[in-house]
Design a protein around this ligand. Sequence first.
Ligand code: GLP
Length: 259
Amino acid sequence: MKVVIRNSALEASVWAAHYIAAKINEKAAKTSEPFVIGLCTGSTPIETYAELAKLVKAGKVSFKNVISFNMDEYVGLPESHPESYHSFMHKYLFDNIDEPKENIHILNGNAKDLDAECAAYEQAIKAAGGFDLFLGGIGEDGHIAFNEPYSSLNSRTRVVDLTTDTRIVNSRFFGGDMNKVPSQALSVGVATVTDAKEVILLVMGPKKARALKDCVEGPCSHKCTASALQLHENAWIACDEAAVGELMVNTYRYFKDLY
Ligand code: GLP
């Protein structure tokens, strides 16, 4: 695991965007195969997406040969709802870059057969060649995608029940009313993420300090599903100074020295 610590969330986000752009360009220079990327939602990736949009506008990178799969979506929320992850992704990324519509994949939380939707998603990821890179965030309880504590570290895309804690945290997007936050979601599994050749987790702000500590220093455990990245050979964490407050001084110094 490599932890990149920057002074501000903006600097860490810009680092991640430039890293992703460089990876897309690196693959494009070698092959005509598409670059397959996993994408996340939440407030954290907004600045990374804004920087990627800037890079596309400046002609520094193109998403024309990128295929994306989002990590999760609420169950039962209309796609047109402003807080659906469909709406979020279009607003903050897809409307501002040149990725072809047919390359965009987001789980359908309104599918008649949710299990079939999840199985088809795993198949589509495989058919696209698997993830070159997965960009994720982390929940305050250490969840990755919507893999709540005690999800299997071997889990795959499936229907998940959201914990009360997560619904309370996410209620800030639903007028502060946790009852308006759907109680279920479709989510890629932990293993869907760790199958990616490379993973970048964005972790910003003091509210994520405990989750970051558990992810980096804690045991690799289903209690903090993001800690599964400890077993990944190419996992990055991009974080700001505010998020590292719970790390041991020596852990902090180690990563500051290297990255
Ligand atoms: C939700 C999403 C996660 C995201 C997390 C953190 O639970 N399912 O994918 O990482 O929120 O969100 P935020 O970036 O807003 O803190």
